[in-house]
Design a protein around this ligand. Structure first.
Ligand code: SD4
Length: 332
């Protein structure tokens, strides 16, 4: 770690002359390199390891000067369509009744929003959310109504429950205990936020939610302001982890508002996580059982992340390449 710190400080000094600066977060783990002279764009961030492949798809749009909105939709469709990713889209783990129910939302630079909750049988809920945004007078459709709308729009009805997920569910039924653990079995929501070459922000978030949840349970991921928020004047944020905790503090809206007050994306994520930490303690709950991670990006292309406990990582793709970063965290 010492070497890394030294390297970062050296980098900061060496590059100061060309208007680059490095910021080292509290535990020296997260490094946000920003270009303070000009906007670092285009850039895309997404949650978890599979964000690397998702970013690649988004980058194709961004590097061709496409819209951030198109980039984030293309990006999150990668894990959505991958049956081996067990908590997003096709292949996602089912609820306690064995049903795969999906949550997703999308938001563009004009604050157009679209969302679906508890949607079944459709492989790409993010595209249904976009259709809600673009083709209806509403912003959110849930359950059967969302499915009917998707079918009317030409989306194909499919079985999303893959053999592996079904096996796990049958195994789970033996104990029938709902006890979501931090970073285990529940941790793969993809949230993606991007700043395009035009300087516009958009975001997308999609998930199968907490494994073995109650049927009808909706998490933070389809809720604008909780699992995702974009303000084209300020920045964007998205969340992963226990949705109930994110909703409790209107998490991503809070992160964006903190950036509006002048906080860096890193500091904004830290403060939002601290809000969760305090409320958890106040409510007499055990913080060890909770994981929430935020990622944030501002209009200058600066970014940051913070989470309750270790284990969360996120992928960042800009002109310098695509990399996975371990997020800094509160519980050491
Ligand atoms: C939810 N936030 O449904 C989602 C799950 C998740 O990492 O992100 N897990 O609560």
């Amino acid at each position: 770690m010492a070497n890394r710190r030294k390297f970062l400080k050296t980098t900061a000094l060496a590059t100061a002359g060309v208007a680059f600066q490095s910021f080292i977060s509290k535990s020296e783990e997260v490094v946000v390199e920003i270009n303070s002279g000009k906007v670092n764009k285009p850039i895309v961030l997404s949650t978890w390891r599979f964000g690397i492949e998702a970013n690649e798809a988004a980058w194709i749009v961004l590097k061709n000067k496409g819209r951030a909105l198109d980039a984030v939709e293309a990006g999150v469709k990668i894990p959505e369509g991958d049956p081996t990713e067990r908590s997003v889209g096709y292949g996602g783990r089912p609820d306690r009744d064995g049903r795969v129910t999906l949550d997703a939302c999308i938001m563009d630079e004009l604050s157009n929003i679209g969302s679906v909750a508890c949607l079944e049988h459709i492989k790409h809920p993010i595209s249904v959310a976009r259709a809600v945004m673009e083709k209806t007078p509403h912003v959110m459709l849930a359950g059967e109504g969302a499915l009917q709308f998707a079918l009317q729009q030409g989306f194909k009805k499919e079985n999303l429950l893959v053999e592996e997920s079904e096996k796990e569910w049958k195994e789970w039924l033996k104990t029938n205990e709902y006890n979501p653990k931090a970073n285990i079995e529940n941790h793969d929501t993809i949230g993606m936020i991007a700043l395009d070459a035009n300087g516009d922000l958009s975001g997308a978030c999609t998930t199968s939610g907490m494994a073995f949840k109650m049927n009808g349970r909706v998490g933070d991921s389809p809720i604008i302001g909780a699992g995702l928020y974009v303000d084209n004047e300020i920045g964007a944020a998205t969340a992963t982890g226990h949705g109930e905790e994110v909703i409790r503090i209107s998490g991503c809206h809070l992160v964006v508002e903190l950036m509006r007050q002048g906080k860096s994306p890193q500091k904004a994520c830290e403060e939002a996580v601290m809000r969760i930490v305090k409320l958890t303690q106040k409510r007499g709950k055990n913080l060890k059982d909770i994981q929430v991670g935020f990622i944030a990006l501002n209009k200058k292309g600066e970014y940051g992340s913070y989470c309750v406990q270790g284990g969360f990582n996120y992928a960042v793709h800009d002109a310098k390449g695509n990399k996975l970063i371990d997020a800094n965290y509160f519980l050491k």
